[in-house]
Each structure stands twice: as C-alpha cells, then as structure tokens.
Design a protein around this ligand. Structure first.
Ligand code: SF4
Length: 359
C-alpha cells in the first residue's frame, strides 16, 4: 500500500515538472513515506533520517518531509525530535501534498494530519507515458483504504481511517491506463479487499476483461470475509492468479478472541477446505504473530499444529510488539522476548521443512 502511495506521489510530482532522483545529495526535497504497522519499520526510518541530517548542514535550503502512517502516528512530535523536518503529512491528507510542498521553504513547517478519510478523486495514479520514468510491467491499484476491523494489535484503522471503497469505474480507468502503458500484471490493493463495498468479485470480472492485462493479484484478504464465491471467481477467471494470502495470525481460539479477529480456528480451517475443493492448485500464504500477550505454550502449539495441517506455501511470521493506541497495547506484553524469538524460529524452521517437502 505504501508502495502504491509512493507511486502516486511520485507521478504527481513528475506531472508538476519536478525531477526524481534516488541520490539524496542531488535532491532539493527529501520525502520519506513510512509505515507504522511494525516498530522495526519505524526504527529503520528514524535511523535513515538521522543519517541524512548531515545533508541539511551542507545544504540549508533542503526540505525534509515525513509522510504516511508514521507521520499520522507521531504527528508534531516529529518536529520536536527532528527539528530539521519541514513537513509531516498523514495518508488521509495525501491529496493536498503538492499544494503544501509548493508553499514550503527550509524555514517553514507544515503539519497535515487532520483529514478523517481519504479523497480518492484527488489522489490516484494519473500518469501518462511521457512523464512516467521507468514504467514497470507490474502495477498496483488501490481499490479501498482504511479498515473497520479494529484487530486489537493493529494501528491501521487509527492511522488510515475507516474503510472507504473507490468507484469501480475509477479503478478500471486506472487499470486501463496502466495496461495502455505496458503494464501486464496488476495487484489490487486494500487492507481487506473482500469487503470492497462495490462487489469485489464483480471488480475481478471487469479487470479480467481488460486487454493487455495478463495477470491479476490482490491483497490482503480477511478470513471472515473470504467466500466460496471468491474462490470460484479465482478458478473461473483466467487472468486471476491462483494464489491467496490469508492471514490466520494464531491457531488458538483464545488468542484469536483477544486479537479480535472475528473468526475461530475451525472456521479458518473449513475455509481452507472449501478453497481446496474449489481450487486445489491454489497457492496459499499467511501471516502469523507469535508472542501475543498471554500466549501460552499450549496456544503456541495450536498455531504450530495449524501450520502443520494447512501446509502453507509461504508464511510471514512476526514477533508481537505493542503498537501505541491499540487495545492490545493496554494488555501486559508478558511473553519474554527470548520466548518470542524461540517461537518465531520454530515456525520459520517448520515453514522451511514444509516448503522443502512440497518441492
Ligand atoms: S484487518 Fe485487522 S490487521 Fe488487517 S488492517 Fe484491519 S485491523 Fe489491521
């Protein structure tokens, strides 16, 4: 999602006559679009910002901006911690980014984090081939933003706001534009694409008809909203990739309830059974969190067993860390870091064995 936002921002600047460089020493404006979902990503961004600070000493007119969820999360505190930063802009304020940049100079500061929801009309990919450099064969199209699920560990609903779906016609226009520019693979993006309000299956059918597009992927799906209808569409639509990313997060019903995921282990497994009946060749990947507050050895064993049972093609395993402002952050983070690391390692090794077995 961040990559898509960065593409839109980049294309917007290119259309306004700005030039793009990957060399910080050559830049007049340096923008970081950062994720706040995991602590590790935040730490990396702060580290990179700290490293680039010296450029400001050499070139005082340089403008620094922090964008995205990390900006929404840390707000004006970013100015206190990094006084050389000029611009802080949350994801819902992205449509006004170009207007703010025009007003900025190295002595001004702008904080733009006040919008309740994103206005898709004013912030989407509009690039034409003459301004887009390095056009890729694979493109991303955002179909919705925000999330209404409020999983207890997740900051997304607080930072990206409530779920809002784009109009189907606008999405198709963007896909056609990408296809016209040589893009062959499209990934439809949303925090929970299955709850796309204008009918996700219908959207897949329409994108499937677009000439030039050869492969359609989507992410992310939520188990409580994935349906047989979706699995049948994946089977029947020739361009749709036979791959599903379906995060299960924990194999323990007790932990799933604490995570507020809205499904139980049995429900998840029966969904996988349906998928395998409808589309046996479908590849499956997942996300897992280890060390959620209160996760006992027994809870962890249930997670391990679920992985052994499903045999995912790929699994992304994360060690829990509390995110400020979430419901889970109020529960004591009582699983020691050594235990989190050990559980993480056990699941990584298990997944490696499963992958080797499948090859
Ligand atoms: S579904 Fe849950 S984990 Fe995914 S973005 Fe929404 S709140 Fe976060």
């Amino acid at each position: 999602m961040n990559e898509y936002d960065s593409e839109v921002i980049k294309s917007g600047f290119l259309q306004r006559g700005y030039l793009f460089t990957e060399q910080p020493e050559e830049a007049d404006i340096i923008l970081f679009n950062g994720c706040s979902v995991r602590e590790h990503a935040e730490q990396r961004l702060w580290g990179n910002l700290e490293k680039l600070k010296r450029l400001k000493e050499k070139k005082p007119e340089l403008i620094f901006g922090i964008l995205g969820c990390i900006a929404q999360s840390h707000k004006g505190n970013i100015f206190k911690r990094f006084p050389f930063v000029n611009f802080v802009c949350g994801p819902r304020n992205f449509p006004e980014i170009f207007e703010h940049i025009e007003k900025l100079n190295s002595r001004t500061r702008i904080l733009a984090i006040d919008k309740e929801e994103r206005d898709f009309e004013d912030f989407h990919l509009t690039c034409t081939p003459d301004v887009q450099v390095g056009w890729k064969s694979r493109g991303y199209v955002l179909i919705m933003s925000g999330c209404n699920n409020f999983c207890s560990y997740c900051v997304v609903p607080y930072l990206r706001g409530r779920e809002k779906s784009r109009k189907i016609e606008d999405i198709l226009t963007e896909v056609r534009m990408l296809a016209g520019n040589g893009c062959r693979e499209i990934t439809l993006l949303g925090q929970n694409v299955n709850s796309y309000k204008n009918d996700f299956v219908k959207l897949l059918e329409e994108v499937n008809k677009i000439d030039g597009i050869e492969k359609i992927s989507f992410t992310t799906s939520h188990p409580k909203d994935a349906s047989e209808e979706l699995f049948k569409a994946m089977r029947d639509l020739s361009k749709v990739d036979k791959y599903l990313h379906l995060p299960f997060q924990s194999g323990s019903n007790r932990i799933l309830k604490l995570m507020r995921r809205g499904y139980r282990r049995e429900g998840y497994l029966s969904l996988i059974e349906k998928l395998r009946k409808i589309l046996p060749e479908c590849k499956l990947s997942t996300d897992v969190i280890v060390g959620f507050p209160g996760e006992s050895e027994e809870d962890f064993q249930q997670t391990k067993e679920l992985m052994q049972e499903v045999k995912f093609d790929n699994a992304f395993i994360f060690k829990y860390s509390p995110r400020p402002g979430t419901a889970a952050a109020k529960i004591e983070d009582d699983v020691p870091i050594e235990v989190k690391k050990e559980r993480n390692q056990i699941l990584l090794e298990l997944q490696k064995e499963i992958r080797e077995e499948k090859c």
